[in-house]
Design a binder for this molecule. Structure first.
Ligand code: TYM
Length: 333
């Protein structure tokens, strides 16, 4: 039997897990998990590139881990862990920093966006953030990285760094491919459909948290910004409606054309309610499972402890090889 390929992916524990994160990443992790060896991380090291309240961050990390499991990730067959629990990530990140150019990092659009948003705290971590992401991926000899379209540039940089390293030292890293869904890859804000649905949006009506209750979800969809044309069509210039079609597609698996056909002649009000309903139905069991699991501290601890041990063991193999390749003396203990 052919060996299973490896998946690595993660979400930063900032804000809450949104419908964008769900359709762009988490849902696909669940769909792919049986066919791959999967490693899913709550990437806490990444989250401190923006100032965090320590008590809130600690709690949110547990909330996120629990949401991975509630969404359907099997934490026993897969590795689910906190990034900071495997020190290999920060170590490889340092080494890869020395194989990444300032020019490359300066071109990252997420860095430009985040620096504009946090002008008072443009720290070096924000700048080298994609290198840590590359370390995450390369440590596990990852074949596939399921992410939303906003991570494509970071993934390309990861491939460039890996190829550069391999060209100097021989085949050390597997070159990963991205897995970017067709319809859910870029879910937009419900209030400003020209910008990405973001977990740090100060306007709570712009995003759906995967833990929002049915009433809240319906209310937010009712308020969703559309246009004044009154025609349900999938075309340029209709960003609000396109976004609702993408959400409906992402949840139901129907193509945008099928969705347009299904709602031909219907009004925006009905369409918004239909999208709200499929979203609410999809998220309800997740919320219920979350409420149940979140109380089970011992179970959560078992998952992240075994996850960290396994993650460390696998990643340390790659890290040791890298250290040997660059010329460090073998560690005596
Ligand atoms: P993050 O935490 O911003 O987002 C987590 C995942 O959700 C996807 N996503 C979206 N997809 C569709 N529509 C949206 N509006 C939307 N917003 C976010 C993101 O593409 C991502 O897949 N750097 C990463 C986290 C990370 C990572 C990694 C991912 C760190 N190391 C290694 C993969 C592999 C990030 O900030 O994602």
């Amino acid at each position: 039997m052919e060996e299973k390929k490896t998946i690595f992916s993660g979400i930063q524990p900032t804000g809450c897990i949104t419908l964008g994160n769900y359709l762009g990443a988490l849902k696909n992790w669940v769909d792919l998990q049986n066919d791959y060896n999967c490693i899913f991380s709550v990437v806490d090291l990444h989250s401190i590139t923006v100032r965090q309240n320590p008590a809130e961050l600690r709690k949110r990390c547990m909330d996120f881990l629990c949401q991975y499991l509630a969404a359907g990730i099997n934490g026993e067959d897969n590795i689910v862990f906190f990034q900071s629990h495997a020190s290999t990530h920060a170590e490889l990140s340092w080494i890869l920093n020395c194989f990444t150019y300032m020019g490359e990092l300066s071109r990252m659009t997420q860095f430009k966006d985040k620096s504009a948003k946090h002008e008072d705290n443009i720290n070096a971590g924000l700048f080298t953030y994609p290198v840590l992401m590359a370390a995450d991926i390369l440590l596990y000899q990852t074949d596939l990285v399921p992410v939303g379209v906003d991570q494509k540039q970071h993934l390309e940089l990861c491939r460039d760094i890996a190829n550069r390293f391999n060209n100097i030292y021989g085949d050390v890293f597997t070159i990963p491919e991205g897995f970017i869904p067709k319809e859910g890859a870029r879910i937009m804000s419900l209030q400003d459909p020209t910008s990405k649905m973001s977990k740090s949006d100060p306007n709570v009506n712009g995003f759906i948290s995967i833990l929002d209750d049915t009433d809240t979800i319906m209310r937010k969809f009712k308020k969703a910004v559309t246009d004044s044309e009154g025609e349900i069509a999938y075309r340029e210039g209709k960003s609000g409606i396109n976004n609702l079609i993408n959400i409906y597609s992402g949840i139901t698996g129907k193509t945008p054309d099928e969705v347009v056909a299904e709602f031909a002649g219907k009004g925006y009000g009905d369409f918004k309610m239909a999208v709200g309903e499929v979203v609410a139905d999809e998220l309800k069991p997740i919320r219920e499972k979350y409420d149940d699991l979140r109380k089970n501290k011992d179970y959560l601890e078992t998952i992240y402890k075994t996850g960290a041990e396994r993650a460390y063991r696998i990643s340390n193999k790659t890290l040791s090889k890298v250290k040997r390749k660059v010329g460090f003396v073998d560690r005596p203990f």
